[in-house]
Design a protein around this ligand. Structure first.
Ligand SMILES: C[S@@+](CC[C@H](N)C(=O)[O-])C[C@H]1O[C@@H](n2cnc3c(N)ncnc32)[C@H](O)[C@@H]1O
Length: 408
């Protein structure tokens, strides 16, 4: 029997029943105590379709340092979102429950409520869940704050094999899931630096399998509900083809992929956000050069291996360090990132180097975050950049191209 054939319960009156009222009071208490409750409305009275979501869920999320309630409407092929206040959410719940859905669940920290609309009125059941003896581990608590939490299936994560169809993160993919959420927090932190209106133009250089490209598209288009034009570029044509197919299958508007070398990519539109994550060796410099040329508002780059400076670097004072291969490699890598950061400063960006993610995940864990300064605050002067190169005996570098582009 499908939902449309079930007995239709009496329509609710505008007055709130005691059961709905207790359910919503419990939601409010839990929300106000920062317990991150979840609500699910299911068993639709009309057959689910492109217009009627088969279920709707509600959970608190943090947006711009504020906790809002996010409604997720689960249609057969896609999900849409609404961010509302607690008062608006309670009103919305009352208009849906009993009129469009006959079942509602509230999951709190140590209780569960089941609310059913029947022909005899509303029935509320409360179940106390035994409080755990030990406090939950911090990591688990933390997942409740993630921009993409566990427990709600997200189509691209299901398709990429990170989540199961019910939204559970597979044990073997927990690290990847945490990395994706950490990355989204970093992108979310610069969201305020992007234009507040109009489509957001984003490029992801060396996107590879594009887990993070899909995640950024989700953050901007679903969580922030912005129109997005996002290009992922990678030199591997077969990988790009898979990404294109997936974006098409998931019906993700504005998510495009193109195969080719970053060095050969032509600037098409204005870029607001330029991303590059572990683009190999000098591909990071090519991405930074492209971003500067496109006058990107924000650049987030996590460099990968680098091979340019290592064979060039020479300095008598550093002899004790440079005689050890592994230390030389680290110094070469640090010097490259310092030169990249300084080149971006000269090109008009306020630049910081931050830790990207715990070392347990990857040793390549530095993030260059560059935010375009107002024109009047630009440095226009590359003396420190040249001095460090001279001191370390370095000649030509891919990074020099950033300065050249900035001066053109
Ligand atoms: C280590 S993977 C990172 C993929 C993805 N950004 C991530 O973090 O999961 C590096 C990617 O950069 C691509 N790449 C390296 N050099 C490139 C270049 N010059 N032009 C375009 N893509 C490049 C590689 O094909 C590879 O897919």
């Amino acid at each position: 029997m499908d939902a449309s054939q079930r007995e239709t319960p009496k329509l609710k009156t505008t007055l709130m029943s005691n059961s709905s009222s207790e359910f919503l009071d419990a939601l409010q208490d839990s929300f106000e105590n920062d317990e991150f409750p979840r609500v699910v409305l299911s068993a639709p009275l009309k057959k689910s379709s492109e217009e009627v979501p088969r279920k709707q869920t509600l959970r608190p999320i943090e947006l711009k340092n504020e906790i809002v309630l996010q409604w997720e409407l689960h249609f057969d092929k896609l999900q849409t979102h609404l961010n509302l206040t607690l008062a608006e959410s309670k009103e919305r719940f009352l208009s849906l429950f009993g009129n469009e859905y006959r079942e509602a669940y509230l999951f709190g920290t140590n209780f569960e409520y089941t609310l059913r609309a029947t022909s005899k009125g509303e029935k509320l059941k409360k179940r106390q869940i035994k409080a755990k003896k030990n406090k939950q581990p911090a990591q688990h608590n933390r997942t409740k704050n993630y921009l993409i939490p566990e427990g709600v299936p997200i189509p691209f994560l299901v398709a990429l094999g990170i989540m199961t169809g019910s939204g559970k993160v597979k044990e073997s993919r927990q690290k990847k899931f945490r990395q994706i959420n950490r990355y989204l927090e970093i992108v979310n932190d610069v969201y305020d630096q992007l234009p507040a209106e109009g489509p957001l133009h984003v490029v992801d250089f060396g996107c590879g399998l594009s887990y993070l490209t899909f995640a950024v598209h989700h953050l901007l288009s679903v969580i922030h509900q912005r129109e997005v034009v996002l290009f992922g570029i990678d030199q591997k044509a077969d990988v790009i083809e898979r990404c294109e197919l997936l974006a098409h299958d998931l019906n993700l508007a504005g998510l495009n992929f193109t195969s080719g070398r970053i060095e050969d990519a032509l600037q098409r539109d204005k870029v607001h956000l330029a991303l590059s994550l572990h683009a190999c060796d000098t591909a990071t410099d090519a991405a930074l050069t492209f971003a500067v040329e496109a006058n990107a508002d924000v650049i987030l780059a996590v460099p990968c291996c680098q091979h340019e400076v290592f064979p060039q670097i020479a300095n008598e004072t550093l002899e004790l360090i440079l005689k050890h291969g592994i230390l030389k490699e680290r110094i070469a890598s640090i010097a490259t990132d310092a030169l990249r950061a300084e080149a971006l400063e000269v090109a008009g960006y306020k630049t910081q180097i931050l830790e990207f993610i715990d070392l347990e995940h990857t040793p390549k864990n530095l993030l260059i975050r560059a935010i375009r300064r107002p024109e009047s605050h630009t440095k226009h002067e590359a003396q420190s950049y040249s001095e460090l190169k001279t001191e370390l005996g370095i000649n030509l570098l891919a990074t020099d191209q950033i300065l050249k582009t900035a001066s053109e």
